[in-house]
Design a binder for this molecule. Structure first.
Ligand code: SIN
Ligand code: MN
Length: 203
């Protein structure tokens, strides 16, 4: 395994996923999106999020007026498709744990999409890392602190980069400030896909 860049406890494996695997993963995700179409999530306060979202795995992450949660079905009522093998292999290589992820959240960023600073804290247990895989256009990823506010550091994530948020970074705030639309040729109509693999313990 290559040595990751460590920034505020976030481990960044630059270029971990080779271009052929990225292409296969994108075609796998196209199948996932046929079975579980991308939707525009709405926050509990009624704001429409700028990313489009779907999931794969035993559980998917959803948000609507009744709150944020993991659930076994897509908003249209169907079960979620399986997590693509390439994503599970990446998890096995970098997560440092033998347990399989329960959820692969799939976010699509178009030209204007962003993700405000937040913590991933709906998983029930924080003993497991969250593994993020970037595909397509570059994204300016901001890494902060467990507490709100304070200093942050930013890094452009490129297609094939993998970030592990574990240990001290597991509950750190993070977000995406902007996308360099058209910077990658992986996706035919540009934009960025981010996968986050998570263990969910709903006790
Ligand atoms: C997320 O925090 O859910 C997404 C992070 C990213 O898009 O890189
Ligand atoms: Mn997150």
């Amino acid at each position: 395994m290559p040595t990751p860049l460590t920034i505020r406890g976030f481990k960044v494996y630059q270029g971990l996923v080779d271009s052929q695997s990225q292409e296969v993963l994108v075609s796998n995700l196209r199948e996932v999106a046929k079975a579980a179409p991308f939707f525009h999530p709405v926050t509990p306060s009624g704001k429409s999020m700028s990313v489009r979202m779907t999931s794969a795995g035993r559980l998917g992450w959803v948000t609507d007026q009744s709150g944020y949660r993991y659930q076994a079905t897509h908003p249209d009522g169907a079960g979620w498709p399986a997590i693509p093998d390439i994503a599970r292999d990446i998890w096995a290589r970098v997560s440092g744990v033998t347990r399989e992820p329960d959820c692969c959240l799939i976010n699509y960023y178009d030209e204007t999409a962003r993700m405000g600073m937040h913590q991933d804290k709906g998983e029930g247990s924080f003993d497991w890392p969250v593994v993020s895989i970037s595909l397509g256009d570059e994204a300016l990823f901001r890494m902060g602190n467990v507490a709100r506010g304070g200093k942050t550091e930013s890094l452009w994530l490129r297609s094939g980069d993998v970030v592990v948020m574990g240990g001290e970074a597991r509950l750190a705030h993070h977000g995406v400030d902007r996308i360099r639309f058209g910077s990658s040729r992986l996706l035919p109509k540009w934009g960025r896909i981010n996968l986050t693999l998570r263990v969910v313990d709903q006790g």
